[in-house]
Write a protein that binds this ligand. Structure first.
Ligand SMILES: NC(=O)c1ccc[n+]([C@@H]2O[C@H](COP(=O)([O-])OP(=O)(O)OC[C@H]3O[C@@H](n4cnc5c(N)ncnc54)[C@H](O)[C@@H]3O)[C@@H](O)[C@H]2O)c1
Ligand SMILES: O=C/C=C/C=C(\O)C(=O)O
Length: 491
């Protein structure tokens, strides 16, 4: 089922069906929902809404496939399939980038530079990594030898968000398959397109029927909740809001599923007076507004040491005003449309609450002039707020940042840690000792120093506190997607 993408970026109606046991099929109930392009508010396709029936079919297919040809494949054969998936993603890069931008409203320049190449790389990385994955062995003098053997966990439920749809789906699916598991994928209801094409790519790459399944639908009382409640699903890997994570944990508890969680964030961006200011501002524009600020890693709380506070604000506001907001398919566009009307209203409500709490808007805070169609919002910088304000405590997940001055290192670390989140942070300083000292004291899973979103996929990726459970990346992914048996042999 190919996406009929024509030259001007518009797509013919792209209807998304479920992919179960190697076949595309509609819901037994006949239920469907509309897929909206957030940049134009047009319907671009009809999506089948799956529920318990489709999840039951998909889980049964995944269970059967665990003990079929997939299990009998050699490591080299599995590596070849993973590499082929990565190659096919690259072959269809332009089509996938257009679909990702149509679904999300993000600039095509971002989809084609980040989302799709990184999706392919996720598969190439784990194909290479699989070759070097080992286990462990211990010699107990001349008494015994202990060694571990690794096996797949089994049938895995993959539940994905809408902000980086293919990047984050492949970040889960690649190691899931590399470790020999089978998958039931529930894409975000707002972004069904690239997950549907990925199913096609998996089939073409030689993934046996039933190993990869895709069921579209919503969360509560739909495919999502059915997947988390299904007794024959061994583990759930979830990326999404912290509040959703709590609901899923309760559902998964009934059958004690293994859980991997990548949740929300409210990440501090700390800029000391000795930082390279131009570098800090150039990167802070990205860490504030890339993907319309709809990135879990965005540094939405900016803390600037007082001696450079005014200078920073003057330069940061001027650069932010230069950002182009508009049509995702215009090469000049830096900031596209927010994902949905509901999310647009939610982000606007945070801006209103900031104003009620005494915040001043230095730039942005409203729909751009002339863009009356589509969920567009100007990049927004707010000052005059404090650690007790909603805009400073809650994840907004939009192109909105707060900027606050600080005087002492102790003070800014305390403010940075004053949140129930703990996903990522950014520190700008040229003082080597301070960089190490401050980074080690911030309660976050990932700390970038003098950079942002620079990724080595071997590293542990994930959050602490209410930003996640577990880590993804390199061996950390394999620890989640496999089970170890320790075997002790008496000598
Ligand atoms: N930590 C990370 O790596 C990371 C990455 C991307 C996004 N996020 C977070 O994700 C959020 C934005 O994504 P979102 O709005 O899609 O999140 P969301 O929680 O609303 O939805 C995520 C997925 O969960 C499904 N879902 C919702 N309720 C469910 C239920 N009861 N049972 C089963 N499935 C259910 C949705 O259909 C969707 O597929 C933000 O909070 C962002 O910080 C975190
Ligand atoms: O919006 C969140 C972005 C997550 C990015 C990753 O999971 C990654 O880079 O591996």
């Amino acid at each position: 089922m190919k996406a009929e993408v024509v030259a001007d970026g518009k797509v013919k109606a792209f209807d998304c069906r479920h992919f179960i046991n190697g076949q595309f099929l509609p819901s037994k109930s006949g239920k469907t929902f509309k897929n909206i392009n957030p940049a134009t508010e047009e319907v671009i396709g009809i999506v089948c809404e799956g529920g318990k029936e489709e999840i039951d079919l998909a889980v049964a297919a995944a269970r059967r496939a665990l003990n079929g040809p997939w299990k009998r494949m050699s490591t080299d054969q599995r590596i070849a399939v993973l590499r082929r998936i990565g190659d096919l993603i690259l072959e269809r890069k332009d089509e996938l980038a257009r679909l990702e931008s149509l679904d999300t409203g993000k600039p095509y320049s971002l989809s084609s530079a980040l989302d799709i190449p990184r999706a392919a790389y996720n598969f190439h990385f784990f194909a290479d990594y699989l070759r070097s994955v080992g286990t462990e062995a211990y010699q107990m003098d001349e008494v015994a030898i202990n060694y571990s053997v690794r096996r797949p966990v089994g049938v895995i439920g993959l539940i994905n968000p809408w902000n980086l749809p293919l990047l984050l789906l492949t970040w889960k699916l690649a190691p899931c398959l590399a470790a020999g598991n089978t998958a039931v994928i529930k894409p975000a209801e707002l972004t069904p397109l690239t997950a549907t094409v990925l199913a096609e790519i998996c089939k073409e790459a030689g993934v046996p029927d039933g190993v990869v399944n895709v069921v579209h639908g919503f969360g509560p009382d739909s495919a999502g909740s059915a997947l988390t409640e299904h007794p024959d699903v061994d583990a759930i890997t979830f990326t999404g809001e912290t509040t959703t994570g709590k609901v899923i944990m309760a559902a998964a508890a009934k059958s004690l599923k293994k859980l991997s969680y990548e949740l929300g964030g409210k990440n501090p961006n700390i800029i000391f007076a000795d930082a390279n200011l131009d570098e800090a501002i150039e990167t802070t524009l990205k860490s504030s507004f890339m993907n319309q600020g709809e990135v879990c890693l965005c540094g939405s709380r900016i803390y600037v040491e007082r001696p450079i506070y005014e200078q920073f604000l003057q330069k940061f506001v001027a650069k932010t005003k230069e950002l182009v907001v508009g049509d995702p398919f215009d090469p000049k566009t830096n900031v596209g449309a927010l994902i949905s009307e509901e999310h647009y209203e939610r982000v606007m409500s945070y801006i209103e609450s900031a104003k009620e709490e005494g915040g001043q808007i230095l730039t942005g805070g409203k729909r751009p002039d002339g863009l009356n169609q589509g969920y567009y919002l100007e990049p927004t910088i707010i000052v005059g707020v404090n650690r007790n304000c909603r805009i400073v405590r809650e994840e907004v997940f939009g192109p909105v940042v707060t900027v606050m001055p600080f005087d002492e290192e102790e003070e800014v670390i305390a403010q940075a840690n004053d949140t129930h989140y703990g996903l990522s942070a950014t520190v700008w300083t040229n003082d080597l000792r301070r960089a190490h000292r401050v980074a080690a004291r911030i309660e976050a899973g990932i700390v970038w120093v003098n950079t942002w979103f620079l990724r080595d996929l071997r590293t542990p990726f994930g959050g602490m506190k209410q930003s996640g459970i577990g880590r993804e990346g390199g061996m950390h992914s394999f620890e989640f997607y496999s089970e170890l048996t320790n075997i002790c042999i008496k000598l």
